[in-house]
Design a protein around this ligand. Structure first.
Ligand code: GLU
Length: 321
């Protein structure tokens, strides 16, 4: 056996190495909210001796722009948010998504859905938060009816969900549970144009890339039960989740990619340097005691996820001036 080999006993004793991920969608430059979740993802993994994967989520070919693929990687580098593996690209992973999709179809859990966007809005009340609950309109169609509908419209594919609660304890948000049937409904795993849906792709990728620590914005918390359900069906392990609060603009308005004053160039102009941006975000979110300029590396020694989570408000207001 070579010197670097690890025996089975040693492997069993070794604590599980944390592997986090950055999963940007290349639909725009990084903004303050992305910087915050990326910083926390990096600190969680690196403060425990773990590693980071970079995955470019370019599943949506129409919205993903080549110029942003480069720009977003430069944004991470500029901010000192390093990665150890990747970039992996979702556009290279169609075969893996297809294989998972076929496994779900073979279990009889997938059905074609012909609903238009308008149908969905009309039939999807009540809303659960921002989420539309699918009413199951196409679940019970007969084979004849499906064949007939398919003549005028290519179907999307939905995964049937049971009347079960999926529960998790989020490292920041605490206990969270969702009844899949009542709070989510059968959900899309493939769009009518053939593209695989985010929920399926992200689960297949996280499993294949060995990601076991997922830190992202709280807007994705309500997707986590769907992803955990897919992990159950596909025999993948669950990750540890931490959903960071939203950064809001002064009036409490949610920041988005359309807020140009929150995009990285504007942040650089405002805060003077990458360390200025990181320092500001670390200060207002309680990662650091002050808003003084600092790079991620310098925050490692004092970072502790539990302490950070305990003192974090529901929403963090960004203070531009
Ligand atoms: N690609 C998604 C985004 O940029 C993140 C998906 C995830 O973290 O699961 O919003």
């Amino acid at each position: 056996m070579g010197g670097g080999d690890v025996t089975q006993e040693e492997a069993a004793l070794e604590p599980r190495r944390v592997k986090g991920r950055f999963a940007p969608s290349p639909t725009g430059r990084m903004h303050a909210g992305n910087v915050f979740s990326a910083l926390v993802a990096w600190l969680v993994a690196k403060s425990q001796g773990g590693s980071m994967v970079l995955r470019i989520e370019d599943l949506d070919a129409e919205r993903s722009k080549p110029q942003f693929i480069d720009a977003v990687q430069r944004d991470f580098e500029t901010l000192g948010l390093t990665w150890d593996e990747g970039p992996y690209f979702q556009h290279d992973r169609t075969d893996a998504y297809e294989a998972a999709y076929v496994r779900l179809c073979e279990r009889g859990l997938v059905y074609p859905c012909f609903c238009t966007r308008a149908d969905l809005h009309a039939a999807s009340a009540p809303h659960h938060g921002e989420k539309l609950v699918y009413a199951g309109t196409c679940r019970g169609l007969t084979e004849e009816r499906r064949a007939e509908r398919a003549k005028s419209r290519p179907p999307a594919s939905r995964l049937m969900v049971p009347d079960d609660c999926i529960e998790l304890v989020d490292a920041i948000q605490g206990p969270y549970s969702q009844n899949l049937a009542f709070e989510c409904g059968d959900f899309l795993i493939r769009r009518s144009d053939g593209a695989f849906a985010y929920q399926l792709a992200v689960v297949v990728d996280d499993a294949a890339q060995g990601v076991n620590s997922i830190v992202r914005g709280v807007d994705l918390l309500c997707s986590t039960p769907q992803q955990m359900y897919l992990q159950n069906l596909l025999g993948y392990p669950h990750a540890e989740y931490a959903h960071v609060p939203l950064l809001v603009a002064e009036e409490g308005r949610r920041l988005s990619k359309r807020d140009h004053d929150a995009a990285l160039d504007a942040l650089l102009a405002r805060f003077g340097s990458p360390a200025g941006i990181i320092g500001h975000i670390a200060g207002i979110t309680g990662i650091a005691p002050t808003c003084d300029p600092v790079m991620p590396e310098e925050l490692l020694a004092s970072f502790d996820l539990n302490t950070f989570a305990k003192h974090l408000p529901d929403k963090v207001q960004i203070r531009w001036h």
